[in-house]
Design a protein around this ligand. Structure first.
Ligand SMILES: [Zn+2]
Length: 215
C-alpha cells in the first residue's frame, strides 16, 4: 500500500495527495467516494445534525476506505448529545468493519475516553490533531488511544517539548489536516528533534505503526 520511497506518512489530510515521498490518507467529509487513493470517511461533529449515517454505508464499505472518521465531538458546535450519538454510530461501524476510528475532539477528551471505556473497542482509536496538556495526553494514552500531531505541534512545541519524548513511539502518527501551509516533512523534522532521534528512524516507526494497524 505504501510505496517504498514514501517515507512520510500523513494520516489525516484534507489537502495533500500522495506523492513520491509522502503517503497521504485523505479525509473525506462527504459520502462521495474519491476517484483515487486511500482515504478515511466520516461525519464531522459540525455536520452531526444534518447528515444521515446511512448515506455513508457505501463509502465505509469501500476497500480503499481504510478508517472511519473523522468523527467525534467539539464543544464549539451545538448539540453535544446529538454529536455523541452520531459518534457512537460511527464507532460501531468501525467495529463491524474492523477499521480504525479517526477522532476529532475539541474540549471533549473526557467524553471520548468515557465512550472508549463503555464501548471497549477492538479497533484502534486515533485522536487526530492533538493540542493540549500533558495530563490530557497521558490519560488518552493510558486509555489505549493512538495520537496524531500536526500544526498544533509546530505552534505549541515549547509547551509540549517537556513530555513529547515520553509518548510511546508505537502510538504516534503525524498529519497536516486542513492546513495547506503545514508541510508534513516539517512536522516530522520537529518531532524527531524533540525526541532526539533521526528523521528516518521516526518515519520508519510511524510506517510500522501504520502497517500494524491498517493492514
Ligand atoms: Zn480534519
Amino acid at each position: 500500500m505504501i510505496g517504498s520511497a514514501q517515507k512520510y506518512l500523513d494520516i489525516h489530510t484534507h489537502r495533500a495527495v500522495s506523492g513520491p515521498d509522502v503517503f497521504a490518507l485523505q479525509s473525506c467529509l462527504s459520502s462521495a467516494i474519491p476517484e483515487t487513493g486511500f482515504f478515511s470517511a466520516g461525519i464531522h461533529p459540525q455536520d452531526a445534525g444534518s447528515v444521515d449515517c446511512k448515506e455513508f454505508e457505501n463509502v465505509w464499505n469501500d476497500p480503499r476506505c481504510l478508517a472511519v472518521g473523522e468523527c467525534g465531538m467539539d464543544r464549539r458546535y451545538p448539540d453535544l448529545p446529538k454529536q455523541t450519538a452520531v459518534f457512537r454510530i460511527q464507532a460501531q461501524q468501525a467495529e463491524i468493519l474492523h477499521k480504525p476510528l479517526l477522532i476529532h475532539s475539541v474540549r471533549t477528551h473526557e467524553e471520548i475516553i468515557r465512550a472508549a471505556k463503555e464501548l471497549a473497542p477492538s479497533v484502534p482509536w486515533i485522536i487526530h490533531g492533538f493540542r493540549g496538556k500533558e495530563r490530557t495526553l497521558f490519560s488518552l494514552l493510558d486509555a489505549g488511544f493512538f495520537v496524531s500531531f500536526g500544526a498544533g505541534l509546530l505552534k505549541d512545541a515549547g509547551n509540549m517539548e517537556p513530555f513529547f519524548s515520553r509518548i510511546p513511539a508505537e502510538r504516534i502518527f503525524f498529519e497536516t489536516d486542513a492546513d495547506g501551509a503545514t508541510d508534513i516533512r516539517a512536522v516530522y523534522a520537529l518531532a524527531a528533534s524533540m525526541r532526539g532521534m533521526a528523521v528516518d528512524d521516526l518515519c520508519n516507526t510511524v510506517r510500522e505503526n501504520f502497517r500494524r494497524i491498517f493492514q
